[in-house]
Design a protein around this ligand. Structure first.
Ligand code: HEM
Length: 171
């Protein structure tokens, strides 16, 4: 039973459950973000051309805003966005295998019938390492996200998962 279901049922607050939920939220918000930033900084300092281009773009933005860069200004940086996406592609902090249980009615997916109660899962890492989708999949190439011919790649950007339970913190 989730915390919300307990509260809705008028039951007293369950402290251990509350603590577990809080720890869960702490992990999904803090751990995901700081791990991603750590990986991203590692990629930037080990790829000199990426470092140089990013510095140039951020300096340009800082000059244009007289040093008062806002979140919206940063979002306009196409290259910074590409570096973040490429870091998440190379090192998705939640690489997959988040389980889902087929509903009581069962489910049919791609012509395959999955009986009620079956656990199914997928892997974001496998998508990100698929050479048919991402050429030179093991190379850190932020430019791939800016190539006009690669617009379809966004369909495969699954670092925040997909579907009704996808990450609400993705913005
Ligand atoms: C780089 C940062 C992050 C990544 C890569 C990430 C990724 C994910 C993924 C893959 C899921 C699982 C979705 C699923 O079950 O299908 C998830 C769930 C979730 N994330 Fe994030 N996340 C990040 C940051 C954040 C932040 C900053 C917040 C809050 C401000 C957040 C809040 C949540 C919550 C509440 C869930 C559970 C959603 C649900 O079960 O309905 N995440 N996240």
């Amino acid at each position: 039973m989730t915390l919300f279901e307990l509260v809705n049922a008028g039951k007293p607050k369950n402290v251990p459950l509350l603590a577990t939920e809080a720890m869960g939220y702490f992990t999904v918000t803090v751990h995901t973000t700081n791990t991603t930033i750590a990986y991203m900084l590692g990629y930037i300092i080990s790829h000199h051309s990426v470092h140089a281009r990013l510095k140039e773009e951020l300096n340009f933005l800082a000059d244009n805003t007289r040093g008062k860069l806002s979140y919206d200004d940063l979002r306009k940086s196409e290259y910074l966005t590409a570096v973040i996406k490429e870091s998440l592609r190379m090192r998705p902090v939640l690489p997959g295998f988040i389980p889902r249980i087929a509903p009581p009615s069962g489910i049919t997916y791609d012509g395959i019938s999955i009986p009620a109660g079956t656990m199914v899962t997928t892997s974001e890492s496998s998508v990100f390492r698929d050479e048919q989708i991402f050429t030179q999949a093991y190379k850190f190439k932020p430019e791939r996200w800016m190539d006009p011919d690669s617009k379809d790649l966004d369909e495969w950007f699954v670092a925040f998962s997909r579907g009704p339970r996808n990450c609400p913190g993705r913005q």
